[in-house]
Design a protein around this ligand. Structure first.
Ligand code: GLN
Length: 553
């Protein structure tokens, strides 16, 4: 029988519920248990696929092609949970299924209501999120904050869900904030008391309270929270802001005894120690590193860190693998046009991420030209590959008006065009080329050297692709297709053998990188950036004594 952990949040949003849920998953796995992870989001969009990255941050994609919340990225980076379309449900998706059944006549004339029909659909979604059905513990995070109108049906559903199971098979974890008032130098417990009060009104008594704090939670405060919130003292756990890396969270929570309390409540064997040895070694690596290299990320949504979350994480993983701290220079693509490529000066590598819309496109293209001509390592992802192909076609292959059909429907040279399967698609939601596809990597190429294998699988999220009519011409001019989808003959990877490191991929490798296993292309890219940096330093006659980098974010 699978046991269930429900994670809710109180007081404010952005408390890192996703990270904490993922950390609980990791701690359980390190006890030899298997876990599944799921997120329930109270907003009405069917999925975040149609939302602006400015609103919602990055859209995370699973192997089976679901467009999901970015918290699922944390789940995959921390645990081995298998994520599918059933790992993320929104109010929109729940209502869509209920309304479909109603139209089909499945409710046999009854009035369809929030209780029981919507709550039943949510409970069913929770069951479907247990993948595979045999996992020991299913962790379900409820998005939003207790007290929001939208969250109510989800909280009601998890209350009902617990009714059907033995008490020791369900655990409620509530994450709250202890705000620190600088003026009086105190931390306050009242918002936590009120948030737990709200939960109890709904009928949920939290078993564990995780209190996010800036400062230390004193023993007195712990006791007070325990008393007012009706939670055992040892289950009131401080989760203080981490000093240098989000990967500290599981280690910190283990130190506070969270793993033991969870196991005891769920009546799972709790005698042994949770082994976080490799995780701690990885943290020591992050902490002790002294060398840095700087990567420019040129994007459209640069102001919002969450918009490129998995990319920044993957760069950090590659840093760990290369024993270097990767410093990111975040550059607005439009600024490259307005201020010139000088704003890229001094970086050791350029990464152009995926994106949509025309704004910033020419800035990305200009920055790729700069990297190509100055032999600076370049890594393009999805739209980043498409921009690299356009740049190369225009400035090397002599196709001056080359463009993508996405933004220039009348270009004489559509080097990037719409996939045939996309031509009649009019709905925007869930209709791109999504999820995992195979790619055959040609031997002797940079890509093959990085992956060390011929057949790879990577996740996709795009409508446009390299136009095969131009492949020969681009190859003659020096841009090689080093990875191709075997069945569909779609270009998946391009590279420039004449350049120290220049690679573009149509897929999203950032969704398959983790701190203990950096993705091979990210690892190779950061390694190339390091070599570039060493060469630049040697050229300037100041090995190891680089000037402080400007524009650091
Ligand atoms: N807009 C491009 C396309 O749809 C690229 C998408 C992306 O970068 N994810 O093909």
């Amino acid at each position: 029988m699978t046991k269930h952990i429900f994670v809710t949040g109180g007081v404010v949003s952005s408390l890192g519920k996703g990270l904490t849920s993922a950390a609980i998953g990791l701690l359980l796995e390190r006890r030899g248990l298997t876990v599944s992870m799921q997120k329930l989001d109270p907003y009405i969009n069917v999925d975040p696929g149609t939302m602006s990255p400015f609103q919602h941050g990055e859209v995370y994609v699973t192997d089976d092609g679901a467009e999901t919340d970015l918290d699922l990225g944390h789940y995959e980076r921390y645990t081995h949970a298998k994520l599918t379309k059933n790992s993320n449900f929104t109010t929109g998706k729940i209502y869509q299924s209920v309304i479909k059944k109603e139209r089909h006549g499945d409710y046999l004339g009854r009035t369809v209501q929030v209780i029981p029909h919507i709550t039943d659909a949510i409970k069913d979604a929770i069951h479907r999120g247990v993948v595979p059905e045999t996992v020991d513990v299913a962790i379900t995070e409820i998005g939003g904050t207790v007290g929001d109108i939208e969250s109510l049906p989800f909280l009601e559903a998890i209350r009902q869900f617990a009714l059907d199971l033995p008490r020791e098979d369900v655990l409620f974890v509530h994450i709250t904030l202890l705000p620190y008032l600088r003026a009086s130098g105190e931390m306050k417990t009242k918002p936590t008391q009120q948030s737990v009060g709200k939960l109890r009104e709904i009928g949920i008594q939290p078993d564990i309270l995780i209190c996010r704090t800036e400062e230390r939670m004193t023993e007195d405060m712990g006791r007070k929270i325990s008393l007012f919130c009706n939670v055992r003292r040892q289950a009131v756990i401080e989760e203080r802001d981490v000093a240098f890396s989000i990967y500290e969270v599981p280690v910190d929570l283990k130190k506070k005894g969270l793993d033991k309390i969870v196991l005891e409540h769920l009546r799972l064997p709790a005698e042994e120690e949770t082994d976080l040895g490799d995780w701690e070694a990885m943290l020591a690596e992050i902490k002790n590193v002294t060398k840095t290299c700087e990567i420019a990320v040129v994007g459209k949504y640069i102001e919002l860190h969450d918009a490129y979350k998995s990319i920044y994480e993957s760069l950090a993983h590659a840093g760990i693998a290369n024993h270097v701290k990767v410093v990111i220079r975040k550059v607005r693509a439009e600024d490259v046009l307005e201020k010139g490529t000088e704003i890229l000066a001094g970086v050791d590598g350029l990464l152009v991420p995926g994106g949509f819309g025309e704004r910033g496109l020419e800035g990305k293209i200009a920055s790729i030209r700069w990297a190509r001509e100055n032999r600076v390592p370049f890594f393009g992802i999805c739209l980043g590959l498409q921009c690299a192909v356009i740049e190369f076609a225009r400035n090397v292959a002599g196709l001056e008006e080359a463009h993508t059909l996405e933004h220039s429907p009348h270009t004489p040279d559509p080097v990037i065009h719409l996939m045939e399967s996309q031509e009649d698609v009019s709905d925007k939601g869930g209709t791109m080329r999504l999820g995992a596809y195979e790619c055959r990597v040609h031997e002797g190429t940079l890509a093959h050297g990085l992956y060390q294998k011929e057949l790879i699988s990577e996740r996709h999220r795009h409508r446009y692709e390299v136009n095969n009519d131009y492949r020969a011409r681009l190859a003659e001019a020096g841009l090689v297709s080093s990875g191709v989808h075997p069945g569909l003959n779609l270009v998946e990877i391009v590279e420039l053998p004449s350049h120290p490191f220049f690679i573009g991929v149509q897929f999203h490798p950032e969704f398959q990188s983790s701190p203990l296993r950096a993705h091979p292309i990210f690892r190779g890219f950061v390694s190339a950036a390091l070599s570039h940096r060493d060469e630049a330093d040697a050229g300037a006659g100041r090995v190891g004594a680089r000037q402080p980098l400007k524009n650091r974010v």
